[in-house]
Design a protein around this ligand. Structure first.
Ligand code: IFM
Length: 486
């Protein structure tokens, strides 16, 4: 949690100084299975909670689903060729749990594993380092039917799945990530209900958070026992940069509360083996945390090889006056069903500045702040930005080219912030742009385009945007090309 916002780098700082990155540095892009693969009923795959959720009327914009998505399951060769053309040296993708272990129990389906073997071999052949995320939100529906993440058994099922995938791909994939953004799984999935499985039960969301932590710990051990020792294991957290509206003690306490619910609830047990005391006391009216059993915290705190950080925008919070009538949620839920259990008296404010199509304020200082925080709080742990990017209203011009100067400016500003963090002592080893391709943006459907590569959803034609060319030059030279001024 920060006490004061940092000052933004000046315009000239952003555009004039040559910004270079010392090699080796991973220049990657990230995706996730349900957002790109499609082929949801092929080769034995069974429904995940996102299949069920997206097929439930009213859950996603326009009722859109990931049934076809960008058809990556069939077009992965073309997509790897695109990555090679863009000079990427790393690619972070997720494995669809219900594709490799339908129903979340029992033996692996070879056809599912074979797809990922083929993808990995294609990447290695193109000189691109594959990095596997095991869980990017697509829980097999049968596990949700058995109680989902609020139930302890789901963590054990995850460990079994992790061992299975580690066994199958550990000989060729060195980089592993257990969970992507467990905050979204726990609090958007079970508290605000804007993500699958769409439940609105604050107590269940806190149980889910603990079982996701346990899954991370047990999954890390399972991976280590299944794979060669040279392989690395990390987790990707969407750690929030939480700023208080003022230095008033009530606002500072509100920021502490949100920081605990966004960050401490995961990095506390994962990195230090304990939940923050302030989290336990703030949530005491909801739960006594009796679901945390002896030995869980030791199981969760596994030595990690790196920490993945996903950054988009900071949060600005204050104590809400007790007579406040406006919405107190943060855009990820409603005042009635907030994703912040036990923090109904915290108000979220719009941070100043330009915004992306998601309505998220563009603030690269938050990325620098985040990197410096973990440099202080997790000394010695290499850091990766495992997601960063922006949605804009990209459209092809009359010649079919997609010009996206806003995204180039966004990337330049955020990569400059990364460079400043390196200079200030952060051990940042790589950056993964979210996302390689336009894709299914969860409850927003296909309306929000995050890709460096434009996808025409009617034809599945891929067109690299001008930001893709800019990023390719960055990846090839290790230096940021100047920002276009249009
Ligand atoms: O698309 C998502 C991704 O799946 C997880 N992190 C944030 C991205 C943009 O919302």
């Amino acid at each position: 949690m920060s006490e004061l916002p940092e000052s933004a780098p000046s315009e000239s700082e952003l555009s004039e100084s040559p910004v270079t990155f010392p090699p080796p540095f991973l220049w990657g892009a990230a995706t996730s299975a349900y957002q790109i693969e499609g082929a949801v009923r092929e080769d034995g795959r069974t429904p995940s909670i996102w299949d069920t959720f997206s097929h439930t009327p009213g859950r996603t914009a326009g009722g859109e689903t990931g049934d076809v998505a960008v058809d990556h399951y069939h077009r992965y060769r073309e997509d790897v060729a695109l990555m090679a053309e863009l000079g990427l040296n790393a690619y972070r993708f997720s494995v669809s749990w219900p594709r490799v272990q339908p129903t979340g129990r029992g033996p692996a389906v070879q056809a599912g594993l074979d797809f990922y073997r083929r993808l990995v071999d294609e990447l290695l052949g193109a000189g691109i380092k594959p990095v596997v995320t095991l869980y990017h939100w697509d829980l097999p529906q049968e596990l949700e039917d058995a109680g989902g993440w609020p139930e302890r058994d789901t963590a054990y099922r995850f460990a079994e799945y992790a061992r299975m995938v580690g066994d199958a791909l550990g000989d060729r994939v060195e980089g592993w990530i257990t969970l992507n953004e467990p905050w979204c799984s726990a609090f958007l999935g079970y508290a605000s209900g804007v993500h699958a499985p769409g439940r609105t039960d604050a107590v269940a969301s806190l149980r889910a958070a603990h079982h996701l932590n346990l899954a991370h710990g047990l999954g890390t051990s399972a991976l280590r026992s299944a794979m060669p020792a040279r392989n690395t294991v990390a987790v990707s957290l969407n750690s929030a940069v939480v700023r208080p509206l003022s230095q008033d003690p009530a606002d500072l306490a509100a920021a502490r509360r949100i920081d605990d619910l966004a960050n401490g609830v995961f990095h506390g047990p994962m990195l230090s083996g304990a939940y923050p005391k302030t989290l336990l006391s703030a949530t005491a009216p909801l739960t006594d945390w009796g679901h945390v059993r002896d030995g869980d915290l030791a199981a969760i705190r596994q030595p990690l090889d790196a920490l993945g950080l996903n950054y988009y925008t900071p949060a600005l919070v204050s104590a809400a006056p007790s007579d406040a009538t406006g919405p107190r949620a943060d855009g990820h839920g409603s005042a009635e069903h907030s994703p912040w259990p036990g923090a109904d008296d915290v108000a979220f404010h719009q941070t100043p500045g330009e915004r992306t199509e998601m309505g998220w304020t563009i603030d690269p200082t938050g990325l620098h702040e985040l990197l410096m925080r973990y440099t202080r709080e997790a000394p010695g742990l290499p850091l990766y930005i495992t997601e960063n990017g922006a949605a804009f209203d990209d459209k092809p011009d009359a010649d079919g080219r997609v010009h996206d100067p806003e995204r180039i400016a966004y990337l330049h500003a955020h990569l400059s912030a990364v460079r400043r963090a390196l200079t200030d002592g952060a051990d940042v080893r790589g950056y993964y742009l979210w996302s390689l391709l336009d894709n299914f943006e969860w409850a927003y459907g296909y309306g929000k385009r995050f890709g460096a590569v434009y996808v025409d959803y009617a034809t599945q034609e891929r067109t690299p945007k001008s930001s893709a060319r800019w990023y390719a030059q960055t990846a090839r030279t290790g230096a940021l090309p100047p920002v276009e001024r249009t």
